[in-house]
Design a protein around this ligand. Structure first.
Ligand code: HAM
Length: 413
Protein backbone atom coordinates (compact mmCIF):
# COMPACT_ATOMS: atom_id res chain seq x y z
CA UNK A 1 0.00 0.00 0.00
CA UNK A 2 1.38 3.41 -0.97
CA UNK A 3 0.88 5.88 1.88
CA UNK A 4 -0.78 9.09 0.79
CA UNK A 5 -3.07 11.76 2.19
CA UNK A 6 -6.69 12.06 1.08
CA UNK A 7 -7.22 14.25 -2.01
CA UNK A 8 -7.88 17.86 -1.02
CA UNK A 9 -6.31 17.49 2.44
CA UNK A 10 -2.92 18.77 3.60
CA UNK A 11 -0.39 18.25 6.33
CA UNK A 12 0.53 21.59 7.82
CA UNK A 13 4.13 22.05 8.92
CA UNK A 14 7.21 24.27 8.58
CA UNK A 15 6.55 27.75 7.21
CA UNK A 16 2.86 26.94 6.83
CA UNK A 17 2.31 26.13 10.51
CA UNK A 18 4.13 29.35 11.49
CA UNK A 19 1.70 31.31 9.31
CA UNK A 20 -1.28 29.46 10.78
CA UNK A 21 -0.17 30.15 14.34
CA UNK A 22 0.47 33.78 13.52
CA UNK A 23 -3.02 34.13 12.01
CA UNK A 24 -4.64 32.53 15.08
CA UNK A 25 -2.67 34.81 17.40
CA UNK A 26 -3.67 37.99 15.56
CA UNK A 27 -7.30 36.88 15.24
CA UNK A 28 -7.56 36.07 18.96
CA UNK A 29 -5.95 39.38 19.91
CA UNK A 30 -8.44 41.33 17.77
CA UNK A 31 -11.33 39.23 19.08
CA UNK A 32 -10.52 39.93 22.72
CA UNK A 33 -10.09 43.64 21.97
CA UNK A 34 -13.74 43.67 20.93
CA UNK A 35 -14.88 41.27 23.65
CA UNK A 36 -15.77 38.31 21.42
CA UNK A 37 -15.67 35.04 23.41
CA UNK A 38 -14.05 31.99 21.88
CA UNK A 39 -16.06 28.84 21.35
CA UNK A 40 -15.09 25.41 19.99
CA UNK A 41 -17.71 23.02 18.72
CA UNK A 42 -17.36 19.35 17.70
CA UNK A 43 -16.17 18.59 14.21
CA UNK A 44 -19.28 16.53 13.48
CA UNK A 45 -22.94 17.26 14.11
CA UNK A 46 -26.28 15.67 13.26
CA UNK A 47 -26.76 16.06 9.50
CA UNK A 48 -30.12 17.81 9.94
CA UNK A 49 -28.30 20.83 11.40
CA UNK A 50 -26.98 21.67 7.95
CA UNK A 51 -29.37 20.42 5.27
CA UNK A 52 -32.28 22.84 5.64
CA UNK A 53 -30.56 25.97 7.01
CA UNK A 54 -27.80 26.00 4.39
CA UNK A 55 -30.35 25.33 1.62
CA UNK A 56 -31.41 21.96 0.17
CA UNK A 57 -30.43 23.33 -3.25
CA UNK A 58 -27.11 24.89 -2.23
CA UNK A 59 -23.94 23.33 -3.67
CA UNK A 60 -22.69 22.53 -0.18
CA UNK A 61 -25.75 20.45 0.72
CA UNK A 62 -26.34 18.97 -2.75
CA UNK A 63 -22.85 17.63 -3.34
CA UNK A 64 -20.21 18.65 -0.83
CA UNK A 65 -21.08 17.31 2.62
CA UNK A 66 -19.16 14.45 4.19
CA UNK A 67 -22.07 12.58 5.75
CA UNK A 68 -22.20 9.11 7.25
CA UNK A 69 -24.35 6.86 9.39
CA UNK A 70 -22.78 5.66 12.63
CA UNK A 71 -23.42 2.33 14.36
CA UNK A 72 -26.44 3.72 16.20
CA UNK A 73 -28.00 4.81 12.91
CA UNK A 74 -27.32 8.47 13.62
CA UNK A 75 -26.85 10.52 10.44
CA UNK A 76 -23.81 12.69 11.02
CA UNK A 77 -21.93 15.27 8.95
CA UNK A 78 -18.43 16.73 9.23
CA UNK A 79 -19.16 20.44 9.64
CA UNK A 80 -18.96 22.23 6.27
CA UNK A 81 -19.20 25.65 7.97
CA UNK A 82 -19.20 27.13 11.47
CA UNK A 83 -22.25 29.42 11.70
CA UNK A 84 -24.89 26.71 12.24
CA UNK A 85 -22.78 24.73 14.78
CA UNK A 86 -22.08 27.95 16.69
CA UNK A 87 -25.77 28.81 16.84
CA UNK A 88 -26.55 25.21 17.85
CA UNK A 89 -23.98 25.52 20.64
CA UNK A 90 -25.40 28.88 21.76
CA UNK A 91 -28.89 27.36 21.98
CA UNK A 92 -27.94 24.06 23.65
CA UNK A 93 -25.70 25.76 26.23
CA UNK A 94 -28.22 28.56 27.02
CA UNK A 95 -25.78 31.23 25.92
CA UNK A 96 -28.58 33.29 24.42
CA UNK A 97 -29.93 34.28 27.85
CA UNK A 98 -27.84 37.38 27.55
CA UNK A 99 -27.84 38.97 24.10
CA UNK A 100 -26.20 40.19 22.02
CA UNK A 101 -23.81 37.28 22.15
CA UNK A 102 -20.45 37.89 20.49
CA UNK A 103 -18.57 34.70 19.71
CA UNK A 104 -15.70 33.55 17.53
CA UNK A 105 -14.04 30.26 16.62
CA UNK A 106 -11.17 28.90 14.58
CA UNK A 107 -11.04 25.38 13.19
CA UNK A 108 -11.30 22.89 10.34
CA UNK A 109 -14.28 22.58 7.97
CA UNK A 110 -14.97 19.90 5.36
CA UNK A 111 -16.41 20.25 1.87
CA UNK A 112 -16.06 17.74 -0.94
CA UNK A 113 -15.24 20.32 -3.61
CA UNK A 114 -12.97 19.89 -6.62
CA UNK A 115 -9.56 20.73 -5.17
CA UNK A 116 -7.51 23.55 -6.70
CA UNK A 117 -5.36 26.44 -5.49
CA UNK A 118 -7.16 27.92 -2.48
CA UNK A 119 -9.88 25.26 -2.49
CA UNK A 120 -9.47 22.16 -0.34
CA UNK A 121 -11.63 19.42 1.12
CA UNK A 122 -10.41 20.06 4.64
CA UNK A 123 -9.69 23.74 5.27
CA UNK A 124 -9.61 26.05 8.26
CA UNK A 125 -11.90 28.95 8.97
CA UNK A 126 -11.89 31.93 11.28
CA UNK A 127 -15.48 32.66 12.18
CA UNK A 128 -17.13 35.59 13.99
CA UNK A 129 -20.82 35.91 14.91
CA UNK A 130 -23.01 38.47 16.72
CA UNK A 131 -26.33 36.94 17.77
CA UNK A 132 -29.27 39.01 18.93
CA UNK A 133 -29.17 42.48 17.40
CA UNK A 134 -30.44 43.95 14.16
CA UNK A 135 -28.61 47.24 14.72
CA UNK A 136 -26.66 48.17 11.59
CA UNK A 137 -23.73 49.00 13.87
CA UNK A 138 -23.25 45.24 14.32
CA UNK A 139 -22.76 44.96 10.54
CA UNK A 140 -20.29 47.85 10.75
CA UNK A 141 -18.45 46.34 13.73
CA UNK A 142 -17.97 43.03 11.95
CA UNK A 143 -16.80 44.61 8.71
CA UNK A 144 -14.44 46.89 10.63
CA UNK A 145 -13.09 43.90 12.54
CA UNK A 146 -12.49 41.89 9.38
CA UNK A 147 -10.89 44.90 7.73
CA UNK A 148 -8.53 45.36 10.70
CA UNK A 149 -7.58 41.68 10.83
CA UNK A 150 -6.91 41.46 7.08
CA UNK A 151 -4.89 44.68 7.15
CA UNK A 152 -2.77 43.41 10.02
CA UNK A 153 -2.21 40.02 8.38
CA UNK A 154 -1.76 41.25 4.82
CA UNK A 155 -0.41 44.81 5.03
CA UNK A 156 0.83 44.78 1.43
CA UNK A 157 -2.06 43.00 -0.31
CA UNK A 158 -4.68 44.81 -2.29
CA UNK A 159 -8.01 43.57 -0.98
CA UNK A 160 -11.42 44.73 -2.17
CA UNK A 161 -14.55 44.84 -0.03
CA UNK A 162 -17.82 44.21 -1.85
CA UNK A 163 -21.23 44.66 -0.26
CA UNK A 164 -24.85 44.11 -1.19
CA UNK A 165 -28.24 43.83 0.46
CA UNK A 166 -30.55 40.88 -0.11
CA UNK A 167 -33.48 42.43 1.72
CA UNK A 168 -35.79 40.46 4.00
CA UNK A 169 -37.16 36.98 3.36
CA UNK A 170 -40.30 38.26 1.53
CA UNK A 171 -38.19 40.48 -0.69
CA UNK A 172 -36.03 37.49 -1.54
CA UNK A 173 -39.04 35.30 -2.42
CA UNK A 174 -40.36 38.03 -4.73
CA UNK A 175 -36.95 38.65 -6.23
CA UNK A 176 -36.32 34.94 -6.88
CA UNK A 177 -39.66 34.63 -8.70
CA UNK A 178 -38.72 37.47 -11.02
CA UNK A 179 -35.24 36.14 -11.57
CA UNK A 180 -36.66 32.74 -12.54
CA UNK A 181 -38.97 34.45 -15.02
CA UNK A 182 -36.07 36.48 -16.46
CA UNK A 183 -33.65 33.56 -16.76
CA UNK A 184 -36.33 31.37 -18.34
CA UNK A 185 -36.64 33.89 -21.16
CA UNK A 186 -32.85 33.78 -21.70
CA UNK A 187 -32.43 30.08 -21.14
CA UNK A 188 -30.78 29.41 -24.52
CA UNK A 189 -27.76 31.58 -23.63
CA UNK A 190 -27.13 30.13 -20.15
CA UNK A 191 -24.66 27.39 -19.21
CA UNK A 192 -25.97 23.88 -18.53
CA UNK A 193 -25.25 24.28 -14.82
CA UNK A 194 -27.18 27.54 -14.59
CA UNK A 195 -30.16 26.16 -16.54
CA UNK A 196 -30.46 23.51 -13.82
CA UNK A 197 -30.65 26.26 -11.20
CA UNK A 198 -33.35 28.43 -12.80
CA UNK A 199 -36.21 26.89 -10.87
CA UNK A 200 -34.37 25.74 -7.76
CA UNK A 201 -31.75 28.36 -6.94
CA UNK A 202 -31.80 31.27 -9.43
CA UNK A 203 -29.76 33.52 -7.08
CA UNK A 204 -26.70 31.36 -7.67
CA UNK A 205 -26.78 32.09 -11.41
CA UNK A 206 -25.91 35.68 -10.47
CA UNK A 207 -22.50 34.70 -9.18
CA UNK A 208 -21.68 32.19 -11.92
CA UNK A 209 -18.27 32.79 -13.51
CA UNK A 210 -19.33 31.46 -16.94
CA UNK A 211 -19.01 34.25 -19.55
CA UNK A 212 -22.46 33.72 -21.07
CA UNK A 213 -24.09 33.63 -17.62
CA UNK A 214 -22.27 36.81 -16.58
CA UNK A 215 -23.56 38.62 -19.67
CA UNK A 216 -27.16 37.55 -19.11
CA UNK A 217 -26.91 38.49 -15.41
CA UNK A 218 -25.83 42.03 -16.32
CA UNK A 219 -29.35 42.93 -17.40
CA UNK A 220 -31.20 40.75 -14.88
CA UNK A 221 -33.58 42.31 -12.30
CA UNK A 222 -31.65 44.00 -9.48
CA UNK A 223 -32.42 43.24 -5.84
CA UNK A 224 -32.16 46.90 -4.84
CA UNK A 225 -35.43 47.63 -6.70
CA UNK A 226 -37.24 45.10 -4.48
CA UNK A 227 -35.99 46.19 -1.04
CA UNK A 228 -38.46 47.35 1.60
CA UNK A 229 -37.91 50.81 3.11
CA UNK A 230 -36.55 49.22 6.27
CA UNK A 231 -34.01 47.14 4.32
CA UNK A 232 -33.05 50.13 2.20
CA UNK A 233 -32.47 52.28 5.31
CA UNK A 234 -30.38 49.56 6.91
CA UNK A 235 -28.23 49.34 3.78
CA UNK A 236 -27.90 53.13 3.47
CA UNK A 237 -26.91 53.39 7.17
CA UNK A 238 -24.26 50.75 6.62
CA UNK A 239 -22.80 52.52 3.58
CA UNK A 240 -22.79 55.88 5.37
CA UNK A 241 -20.94 54.35 8.35
CA UNK A 242 -18.35 52.69 6.13
CA UNK A 243 -17.71 56.03 4.44
CA UNK A 244 -17.44 57.67 7.84
CA UNK A 245 -14.84 55.11 8.88
CA UNK A 246 -13.04 55.55 5.58
CA UNK A 247 -13.47 51.89 4.69
CA UNK A 248 -13.50 51.61 0.90
CA UNK A 249 -16.16 49.35 -0.63
CA UNK A 250 -17.75 48.47 -3.95
CA UNK A 251 -21.43 47.66 -4.33
CA UNK A 252 -22.00 44.43 -6.21
CA UNK A 253 -25.67 43.82 -6.99
CA UNK A 254 -24.83 40.23 -7.98
CA UNK A 255 -23.22 39.35 -4.67
CA UNK A 256 -25.58 36.71 -3.26
CA UNK A 257 -23.32 34.31 -1.26
CA UNK A 258 -23.48 30.52 -1.55
CA UNK A 259 -25.58 29.61 1.47
CA UNK A 260 -29.34 30.08 1.74
CA UNK A 261 -29.65 31.60 5.19
CA UNK A 262 -28.62 35.16 4.26
CA UNK A 263 -30.79 38.29 4.17
CA UNK A 264 -30.09 42.04 4.24
CA UNK A 265 -26.35 42.81 4.41
CA UNK A 266 -23.93 40.47 2.64
CA UNK A 267 -20.23 41.21 2.09
CA UNK A 268 -17.03 39.67 0.79
CA UNK A 269 -13.36 40.61 0.80
CA UNK A 270 -11.62 39.58 -2.44
CA UNK A 271 -8.05 39.57 -3.67
CA UNK A 272 -6.87 39.76 -7.29
CA UNK A 273 -3.90 37.53 -6.52
CA UNK A 274 -5.67 34.29 -5.71
CA UNK A 275 -6.87 33.09 -9.11
CA UNK A 276 -10.43 31.81 -9.35
CA UNK A 277 -10.80 31.20 -5.59
CA UNK A 278 -10.53 34.90 -4.92
CA UNK A 279 -12.80 35.31 -1.90
CA UNK A 280 -10.80 35.56 1.30
CA UNK A 281 -13.67 36.28 3.61
CA UNK A 282 -17.44 36.31 3.35
CA UNK A 283 -20.44 36.84 5.54
CA UNK A 284 -23.71 38.56 6.16
CA UNK A 285 -26.98 38.70 8.10
CA UNK A 286 -29.15 35.66 8.77
CA UNK A 287 -32.14 37.10 10.58
CA UNK A 288 -34.39 34.00 10.48
CA UNK A 289 -31.78 31.30 11.00
CA UNK A 290 -31.65 31.11 14.80
CA UNK A 291 -35.41 30.49 14.92
CA UNK A 292 -35.21 27.85 12.18
CA UNK A 293 -32.63 26.03 14.31
CA UNK A 294 -35.00 25.97 17.31
CA UNK A 295 -33.77 29.07 19.11
CA UNK A 296 -35.49 32.38 19.85
CA UNK A 297 -36.61 34.65 16.99
CA UNK A 298 -33.56 36.90 17.11
CA UNK A 299 -31.36 38.15 14.28
CA UNK A 300 -27.70 37.41 13.68
CA UNK A 301 -24.75 38.37 11.54
CA UNK A 302 -21.25 37.01 11.01
CA UNK A 303 -18.39 36.23 8.70
CA UNK A 304 -15.82 33.55 8.00
CA UNK A 305 -12.40 33.68 6.37
CA UNK A 306 -10.31 30.85 4.97
CA UNK A 307 -6.98 30.54 6.74
CA UNK A 308 -5.37 28.74 3.77
CA UNK A 309 -6.38 31.56 1.41
CA UNK A 310 -5.02 34.21 3.77
CA UNK A 311 -1.76 32.33 4.17
CA UNK A 312 -1.37 32.05 0.38
CA UNK A 313 -1.06 35.85 0.38
CA UNK A 314 1.09 36.13 3.51
CA UNK A 315 4.80 36.67 3.28
CA UNK A 316 6.95 34.19 5.15
CA UNK A 317 8.46 35.57 8.28
CA UNK A 318 12.10 34.96 9.01
CA UNK A 319 12.04 32.28 11.67
CA UNK A 320 14.25 32.98 14.64
CA UNK A 321 15.95 29.65 15.28
CA UNK A 322 17.54 28.46 18.46
CA UNK A 323 20.85 30.19 19.03
CA UNK A 324 22.27 27.98 21.78
CA UNK A 325 23.63 24.55 20.82
CA UNK A 326 24.97 21.81 23.08
CA UNK A 327 27.91 19.53 22.36
CA UNK A 328 28.28 16.40 24.51
CA UNK A 329 31.45 14.58 23.58
CA UNK A 330 30.73 11.16 25.04
CA UNK A 331 27.71 9.05 26.10
CA UNK A 332 29.19 8.69 29.60
CA UNK A 333 28.33 12.35 30.37
CA UNK A 334 24.58 11.84 29.98
CA UNK A 335 23.81 12.26 33.69
CA UNK A 336 25.94 15.42 33.90
CA UNK A 337 24.13 16.76 30.81
CA UNK A 338 20.77 16.11 32.52
CA UNK A 339 21.69 18.69 35.20
CA UNK A 340 22.30 21.23 32.43
CA UNK A 341 19.00 20.36 30.72
CA UNK A 342 17.09 20.82 33.98
CA UNK A 343 18.80 24.19 34.56
CA UNK A 344 18.11 25.43 31.00
CA UNK A 345 14.43 24.38 31.18
CA UNK A 346 13.93 26.02 34.58
CA UNK A 347 15.46 29.23 33.29
CA UNK A 348 13.43 29.07 30.04
CA UNK A 349 16.53 29.03 27.86
CA UNK A 350 15.87 27.31 24.52
CA UNK A 351 18.58 25.09 23.10
CA UNK A 352 19.28 22.72 20.23
CA UNK A 353 20.52 19.21 20.92
CA UNK A 354 20.87 16.48 18.27
CA UNK A 355 21.67 13.27 20.24
CA UNK A 356 25.06 12.99 18.54
CA UNK A 357 27.85 12.49 21.08
CA UNK A 358 30.47 13.99 18.80
CA UNK A 359 32.21 17.33 19.26
CA UNK A 360 33.06 17.82 15.58
CA UNK A 361 29.53 17.09 14.32
CA UNK A 362 28.04 19.40 16.96
CA UNK A 363 30.34 22.25 15.93
CA UNK A 364 29.65 21.73 12.22
CA UNK A 365 25.90 21.89 12.87
CA UNK A 366 26.27 25.00 15.06
CA UNK A 367 28.45 26.77 12.49
CA UNK A 368 26.09 26.05 9.62
CA UNK A 369 22.98 27.21 11.50
CA UNK A 370 22.30 30.47 13.25
CA UNK A 371 23.85 29.40 16.56
CA UNK A 372 25.63 32.11 18.51
CA UNK A 373 26.81 30.02 21.48
CA UNK A 374 27.71 26.40 22.13
CA UNK A 375 28.02 24.71 25.53
CA UNK A 376 30.59 21.90 25.62
CA UNK A 377 30.46 18.93 27.98
CA UNK A 378 33.64 16.82 27.92
CA UNK A 379 36.12 15.09 30.23
CA UNK A 380 37.50 18.35 31.72
CA UNK A 381 34.08 19.86 32.29
CA UNK A 382 32.77 16.70 33.97
CA UNK A 383 35.85 16.32 36.21
CA UNK A 384 35.94 20.02 37.11
CA UNK A 385 32.16 20.37 37.59
CA UNK A 386 31.87 23.29 35.15
CA UNK A 387 30.61 23.94 31.60
CA UNK A 388 32.55 25.51 28.74
CA UNK A 389 30.57 28.05 26.81
CA UNK A 390 31.89 29.39 23.53
CA UNK A 391 30.69 32.53 21.78
CA UNK A 392 30.74 31.50 18.11
CA UNK A 393 30.76 35.06 16.87
CA UNK A 394 33.73 36.33 18.89
CA UNK A 395 35.48 33.01 19.53
CA UNK A 396 35.60 33.86 23.23
CA UNK A 397 35.41 30.81 25.51
CA UNK A 398 34.54 30.71 29.25
CA UNK A 399 34.37 28.06 31.94
CA UNK A 400 31.23 28.58 34.02
CA UNK A 401 29.43 27.02 36.93
CA UNK A 402 25.86 25.94 36.16
CA UNK A 403 24.25 28.89 37.99
CA UNK A 404 26.36 31.42 36.03
CA UNK A 405 25.07 30.40 32.56
CA UNK A 406 21.85 32.44 32.55
CA UNK A 407 23.62 35.64 33.52
CA UNK A 408 26.40 35.02 30.98
CA UNK A 409 23.96 34.46 28.09
CA UNK A 410 21.95 37.54 28.97
CA UNK A 411 24.88 39.81 29.73
CA UNK A 412 24.77 42.41 26.98
CA UNK A 413 27.72 44.42 28.31
P1 HAM B 1 -18.26 30.72 2.89
O1 HAM B 1 -18.23 31.83 1.91
O2 HAM B 1 -18.81 29.42 2.44
O3 HAM B 1 -19.05 31.25 4.15
O4 HAM B 1 -16.80 30.49 3.43
C1 HAM B 1 -16.05 31.52 4.01
C2 HAM B 1 -14.60 31.46 3.58
O5 HAM B 1 -14.05 30.16 3.81
C3 HAM B 1 -14.39 31.68 2.08
O6 HAM B 1 -14.36 33.04 1.76
C4 HAM B 1 -13.03 31.03 1.87
O7 HAM B 1 -11.98 31.91 2.25
C5 HAM B 1 -13.06 29.87 2.84
N1 HAM B 1 -13.41 28.62 2.13
C6 HAM B 1 -14.63 28.17 1.80
N2 HAM B 1 -14.54 26.99 1.16
C7 HAM B 1 -13.24 26.68 1.09
C8 HAM B 1 -12.49 25.57 0.57
N3 HAM B 1 -13.09 24.52 0.00
N4 HAM B 1 -11.14 25.60 0.67
C9 HAM B 1 -10.51 26.64 1.26
N5 HAM B 1 -11.16 27.70 1.79
C10 HAM B 1 -12.50 27.72 1.71
C11 HAM B 1 -19.32 30.52 5.25
O8 HAM B 1 -18.81 29.45 5.52
C12 HAM B 1 -20.27 31.21 6.22
N6 HAM B 1 -20.52 30.31 7.35
C13 HAM B 1 -19.68 32.53 6.67
C14 HAM B 1 -20.54 33.23 7.66
C15 HAM B 1 -20.34 33.33 8.99
N7 HAM B 1 -21.67 33.84 7.37
C16 HAM B 1 -22.19 34.32 8.50
N8 HAM B 1 -21.39 33.98 9.50
Amino acid sequence: MKLRSVRGTHDIFGEQIDKFNNISKIVSKNAYLKDFKEIQTPIFEFSELFAKPLGEQSDVVLKEMYSFEDRNNNFLTLRPEYTTPMIRAAITNNLLNEIPLKIFGIGPMFRRERPQKGRYRQFNQINFEILGTKDFLADVELILLSNNILKELLPKSKIRLQINSLGDKNTLIDFKKNLTKYFNTHKNKLSEESINKIDTNPLRILDSKNEGDVEISLSSPKIYEYLTDEAKNHYEDLKRSLNLLDIKFEENANLVRGLDYYCNTVFEFKSDNLGSQDTLLGGGRYDGLIKVLGGPDIPGIGWAAGIERISLLMESEKKISTTLHIAVTNQKFKDYFLHLQKYLSENKISYYWNYKYNLKKSFTKANTSSATHIIIIGENEFNGNFFTIKNLMTGEQKELKLNQIFHHLNDKS
